[in-house]
Design a protein around this ligand. Structure first.
Ligand code: WT7
Length: 653
C-alpha cells in the first residue's frame, strides 16, 4: 500500500452525494471567487431568527478579530430541534444505548424538545441567564446533549468536561470558566470500570473553594450506586427538572454570542478554553457534516466520540441534529459484554454512518475479521474517521472488512479550534487515497509553508496553515485574546497555524504528518507535554523532567516521562510520578513509562534535547544523529542503558 493506491469514487456513494465531481469543482471555484456570497448561501443550511446579511467581517491580520454573520440572530436549540418539528417531529432524533443492557432510549424530535425545554426552564429557575456558564460532566447518556441544548436555549454557555479529568483539573476549569451550575451524574459505569463522577466533583468544588462560582449541582442517577448529596447545593436531576414546563421560549442570540467553551491542550502552559460562538459554529456544523456525511432523513449516525470533545459537540450533537438526522450514543466499551459489541449495535440500530477514531479501528482490527463477519452490517453506507493519522492498512481494513468495499471511508482532519472538518472527501465526488485526509472543503483556504511561513506551491511538505477565516473558527481563548493571537497567529502574520505538519502530493491530496509542536495524541486524546511536565515538576522530589510522545501500535502515541530526582537519597519511584500526573490531570494522561535518570541530554546552552529523548524511547538508536551539540555526550549512553538495558520490558512498542 502506498500513496499511489487510489480508491475510485464509490458507485453507491454517488447515489447519496449531493455533488458530482464537476459540481464540486464549481463550488470550490465559487467559494474562492466570492467567499461572502458563498458563506451567506451556506448559512441557509440552518434556521435563523433573522438572516444575516454579511458573512465575514473581522481581521485576519495584526489585531486578529474573527466575526461572522454579525447581524444574524438565532437560537442553536431551535436550529437543532424546533426547526424539525414541522416535518419530522416523530422521527427519532437521539438513540442512547446503555452499557451491558439491551435497552436503548429513543427520543423523537418532539420528545427531545420537551426534555430540553424542561431543563432550560429548570436552569432559568436556578437563576442561570444569558452568558452564564454551566459546566456539564456526564456519561454518554441522552441528558448530555439535552443539557447542552438546554443551555443553548436560554443563552447560557456550556462547558463540557471530560469524565476522565481529576478533581484538580476540574477545579481549575470551574474557576477559570466561572460556571454557576454544574450538571453531573453519580457515576460513569462501563464494563467493570466505575468513575465516581459526583465524588470527584465534590473534591473539585472543595479544592476550588471560594474561587468557584458554583451555586447548584444537579445530580443525575445513572446507576444504583449511592451518592452523597449536600442539601444546600445539590439537587436530584429528575426530582427537580421533571416538574418544569415542557415548553420554553428560546432566547434570541446574536450570531457572535458564545455558544460554548471547550478546554484543550496546547504546546505551552495549562489547558485553555477555546470559545465558539453561535451563528458561525452552527453553520459550520451543518455545512461540514452535511457535505462530508451527506445526511439523509433516515440516516442513523453513530459517532463514538465522547461528547466532551469537539467531535462529540459537532458530530454527536449539533451537526446531525442541525441536519435533521438520527444521532446515536453508546455509553459503553467496544468489547463488553462481548467482543463484537459494536457490530451488534450497528446491526441492531441499523446504523448507516459510523464515525470513529483510528485507535478504535486498530484495536477492533486486532480482534480479527471473523468477529465482524458474524454481524449484518449492510445498513452502513459511510465510514468516517478523525482525530489522528490513520495508516493505509487500517484504512483498508475499515473499508474492506467493515464496509465490505461498499462504503467510502472519509478520513477527516480537524481540531477543537476548527470546530468541524477542514480536510476531508466529498463522497461520490472524489477519489479516495487510503491514509490521506484528501483535500480542503470548498471555502477552506489551506496552504503549506516552510518554517519561515513562505508558501510552498505544488507537491511538497511543510506547516499546515489556513489563509482565510472560516465560519467555525474559534473566536478567541476565554479571557485571553493575547494568548489566542500568540498561539495561532504569531507563526506568520495573516496565517492561522494549525500546529500540524503535512505533505501534499502531485494530485493536491494532503497527508498529515503529525503535530509539529509539543502536543501529543494518545488514543485520540490531545495532551500537551508542558502540562505533563508541570504536573511532574510539582513534586518537590523532582528537579527537572521531560515528557515525549513515541509511536505506539494501537494508541498512536505513548507518553514517556524522564525525570531527574533531587538527589540520590531521594526516594521517588516511577509509580509516584504516574500518580502525580493522574492527580493533576487525570488517569487518561498517565505516562506509559517513567524513567528516573541522573541527567538529561542538553545543548550547551542548557536546553533539553527532546528529539533525542524521543529517539531513545522509541528505540531508534541508529539514527540519533549528530551529538556534538550536546554539553555532555556521555549522558546519551547512560540514558540508552537506563531505557534499554535495565528495562527489558519497555511496553510502548
Ligand atoms: C489534532 C486536533 C477531529 C477533531 C478531534 C480532535 C490531529 C485530527 C486528524 C486526521 C491526522 C488528525 C491533528 C490535530 N488530527 N484529525 N484525520 N489525521 N491527524 O481534535 O483534540 O483538537 O486534536 O488532532 O494533530 O491538530 P483535537
Amino acid at each position: 500500500m502506498s500513496e499511489h493506491t487510489i480508491i475510485p469514487v464509490h458507485p453507491q456513494s454517488a447515489e447519496y452525494s449531493l455533488l458530482t465531481p464537476s459540481q464540486l469543482q464549481a463550488m470550490t471555484r465559487r467559494a474562492e471567487r466570492d467567499p461572502d456570497g458563498f458563506w451567506l448561501d451556506q448559512a441557509e443550511r440552518i434556521h435563523w431568527h433573522s438572516n444575516p446579511t454579511r458573512a465575514f467581517c473581522g481581521s485576519f491580520q495584526d489585531d486578529v478579530e474573527i466575526n461572522w454573520y454579525h447581524d444574524g440572530t438565532l437560537n442553536a436549540s431551535v436550529s437543532c430541534i424546533d426547526s424539525h418539528l414541522g416535518d419530522r417531529a416523530d422521527q427519532v432524533a437521539l438513540i442512547s444505548h446503555r452499557d451491558g443492557t439491551d435497552e436503548a432510549e429513543k427520543l423523537t424530535y418532539r420528545m427531545l424538545h420537551e426534555r430540553v425545554c424542561r431543563l432550560a426552564n429548570a436552569l432559568q429557575h436556578l437563576g442561570v441567564s444569558r452568558g452564564d456558564r454551566v459546566a456539564i460532566s456526564l456519561p454518554m447518556v441522552s441528558e448530555a446533549p439535552i443539557a447542552m441544548l438546554a443551555c443553548a436555549r436560554i443563552g447560557a454557555v456550556h462547558v463540557v468536561l471530560f469524565g476522565g479529568l481529576s478533581a484538580e483539573a476540574i477545579a481549575e476549569r470551574l474557576v477559570d470558566s466561572g460556571a454557576r451550575v454544574v450538571i453531573t451524574a453519580n457515576e460513569i459505569a462501563r464494563g467493570a470500570k466505575r468513575i465516581p463522577l459526583k465524588h470527584i466533583m465534590d473534591e473539585a468544588l472543595k479544592k476550588a473553594g471560594a474561587e468557584s462560582a458554583v451555586e447548584t449541582v444537579l445530580v443525575l442517577r445513572t446507576t444504583d450506586a449511592p451518592v452523597a448529596m449536600l442539601p444546600e447545593r445539590d439537587l436530584d436531576f429528575h426530582d427537580f427538572v421533571d416538574w418544569f414546563e415542557p415548553d420554553c421560549i428560546p432566547e434570541i442570540m446574536n450570531a457572535e454570542d458564545p455558544l460554548f467553551l471547550l478546554y484543550t491542550s496546547g504546546s505551552t502552559g495549562k489547558p485553555k478554553a477555546v470559545v465558539h460562538t453561535t451563528g458561525g459554529y452552527m453553520v459550520w456544523a451543518a455545512y461540514t457534516m452535511g457535505m462530508v456525511y451527506t445526511h439523509r432523513p433516515n440516516d442513523v449516525l453513530w459517532c463514538t466520540a465522547d461528547v466532551a470533545w469537539i467531535t462529540g459537540h459537532t458530530s454527536v450533537v449539533y451537526g446531525p441534529l442541525a441536519n435533521g438526522s438520527t444521532t446515536m450514543m453508546f455509553d459503553g466499551l467496544p468489547s463488553y459484554p462481548q467482543p463484537g459489541r459494536w457490530w451488534e449495535l450497528i446491526e441492531r440500530h441499523k446504523v448507516t454512518m459510523l464515525f470513529t477514531a483510528p485507535t478504535a479501528i486498530r484495536s477492533l482490527m486486532r480482534e480479527g475479521d471473523d468477529l465482524v463477519n458474524r454481524y449484518d452490517l449492510s445498513s452502513l453506507r459511510l465510514l468516517g474517521t478523525a482525530g489522528e493519522p490513520i495508516s493505509p492498512d487500517a484504512w483498508m481494513w475499515y473499508h474492506d472488512v467493515v464496509g465490505k468495499g461498499r462504503c467510502p471511508v472519509v478520513d477527516t482532519w480537524w481540531q477543537t479550534e476548527t470546530a468541524g472538518i477542514m480536510l476531508g472527501p466529498i463522497p461520490g465526488a472524489q477519489k479516495l487515497k487510503p491514509g490521506s485526509a484528501t483535500m480542503p472543503l470548498p471555502g477552506v483556504s489551506m496552504v503549506l509553508t516552510d518554517t519561515k511561513g513562505d508558501v510552498i506551491e505544488g507537491a511538497g511538505e511543510g506547516c499546515l496553515c489556513v489563509t482565510r477565516s472560516w465560519p467555525g473558527q474559534a473566536r478567541t481563548l476565554w479571557k485571553d485574546h493575547a494568548r489566542f493571537q500568540q498561539t495561532y497567529f504569531s507563526f506568520s502574520p495573516g496565517l492561522y497555524f494549525t500546529g500540524d505538519g503535512a505533505r501534499r502530493d502531485a494530485d493536491g491530496y494532503y497527508w498529515i504528518t503529525g503535530r509539529m509542536d509539543d502536543v501529543i495524541n494518545i488514543s485520540g486524546h490531545r495532551i500537551g507535554t508542558a502540562e505533563i511536565e508541570e504536573a511532574v515538576g510539582a513534586d518537590r522530589r523532582i528537579t527537572e523532567c521531560a515528557a515525549v510522545g513515541v509511536p505506539h501500535s494501537v494508541k498512536g502515541q505513548a507518553l514517556v516521562v524522564f525525570a531527574i530526582a533531587r538527589d540520590e537519597q531521594t526516594s521517588i519511584t516511577p509509580e509516584d510520578i504516574t500518580r502525580q500526573v493522574s492527580l493533576a490531570i487525570g488517569r487518561y494522561a498517565a505516562p506509559d513509562e517513567v524513567f528516573i535518570v541522573p541527567d538529561l541530554p542538553r545543548t550547551r546552552s542548557g536546553k533539553i534535547v527532546r528529539r533525542l529523548l524521543r529517539k531513545i524511547a522509541s528505540g531508534e538508536l541508529d539514527t540519533l544523529g549528530d551529538l556534538s551539540m550536546l554539553s555532555d555526550a556521555d549522558s546519551v549512553d547512560m540514558l540508552i542503558n537506563t531505557v534499554w538495558k535495565e528495562e527489558q520490558t519497555l511496553n510502548v512498542a
